[in-house]
Design a protein around this ligand. Sequence first.
Ligand code: C2O
Ligand code: CU
Ligand code: CU
Length: 495
Amino acid sequence: MICSRRGFLAGLAAAPIALSVGCAATRSGDPGPRPLPIPPLAPASVGPDGIRRFRLRALRGTAEILPGKSTPTWGYNGAILGPTLRARRGETVAVTVENALPEATTVHWHGMHVPASMDGGPHQTIAPGGIWEPSWTVEQQAATLWYHPHPHGATEKHVHRGLSGFFLIDDESADALELPKTYGVDDIPLVIQDRRFTADGALDESDPSNIGLLGDTIVTNGIAGAYLDVRTTRVRLRILNGSSGRLYNLALADDREFELVATDGGLLSRPVAARTVHLSPGERVEIVVPVAAGENVMLRSLPIQDRGTLEADLARGFGFDDSFDILELRAARTLRASAAVPDSLVAIAPIAAPGGPVDRSFDLQWFQINQQRMDMNRIDFTVQVDTAEIWSVRNADNWPHNFHVHDVQFLILEINGAPPPSELSGWKDTVYTPPGTNLTLALRFTHHADPTNPYMYHCHLLLHEDRGMMGQFLVLAPGQQPAPRQMGAMTHGHG
Ligand code: C2O
Ligand code: CU
Ligand code: CU
């Protein structure tokens, strides 16, 4: 973050005061909104071997999340969040990850189809001072993915302190479409997080709830109170819910229609006109918002509508009644015309027909899946590579949960026995499961078999995941026997 720039934006009324943290100048009082920081694109070197190499260093820093306050944070290559990694389908990427934190961490490529040993889950720990060098070939369509720590029992804390970043995948089909695609100009990565601060500006990590750290302040791309300068008649927002436990129901303040063009795993088959979109922790959407010259319009989050059988008092405690301003879009007085969103985007080949036999069932309840909490030494099941499966996922609880699967992008076959609405008809790796909801999913496991390293599936409400609402599976080649590594005595974080 560029602190000195704030000094100019901070307004003219009050005398700047020097801050000990090294920011050039600031002022007391509310200096008003600041421009949305755009995470820099990570520099990559591509050698003669064609491998695209990135470097990430997890470190401690101080960020100005709140204007004029300095907050101790963790980040990749900087004080908070991380650079945007970007690669094309077919490319081989290699990342050198260095852990300069005082404790062990991992880096998980959320949504990425990767070999299990490169997945960055709780088994791929990087000790303080250590280095991890995963490498894989990108074998999936254009999508907005992300990366974040996944140390067992401490994921919420690591993400909450600031560790996460985008990983964008490009491909020819997406290139060929007339969608806004100039990074940071009309194609904007937007991570939404909620935070609570102590009086001295530190992140408040005290957590009295069963939903996880629930904040009263919205932070977008690392700052509170951001606006975005818009210079084109359409702006594409790649939105990530990077919160621990908060769900969002996003809408424009004047209820205007926008077009939903992508979900977790990539573009939809056609754009879906919408006025609201729900986003549970870990989920992404890409929306294209029409903007008129000279106007200001606020992206907001409204109370959560999709509650299943959730009781009113619990809903309130889980933040479902809250509304927030998220990001103000400020349109310039003259805008460059953007092309209309194409009527058709990409082909989505079905994996399985609805109504087929269910291969596995998952009951979500309390901090458990199928009445069990995560055990690093227990493989919950194995699947065979190059097969498709149908999974049934049931929220048998009175709490909201969601369901995330590593390695694959899946398709939702049914929600409570009905076909999914069009906004949930595309590729997903994380799906919201309101209390009382029953989902069936179709998943196909390809390329990577490994008898030793498991993939995770879990609730992506990070407190729930940390408390053990997670399991692990192996993908095996035909005839292969599981050979998991036994870990030493594991501690369950703040269980
Ligand atoms: Cu985004 Cu297993 O996590
Ligand atoms: Cu993941
Ligand atoms: Cu949960």
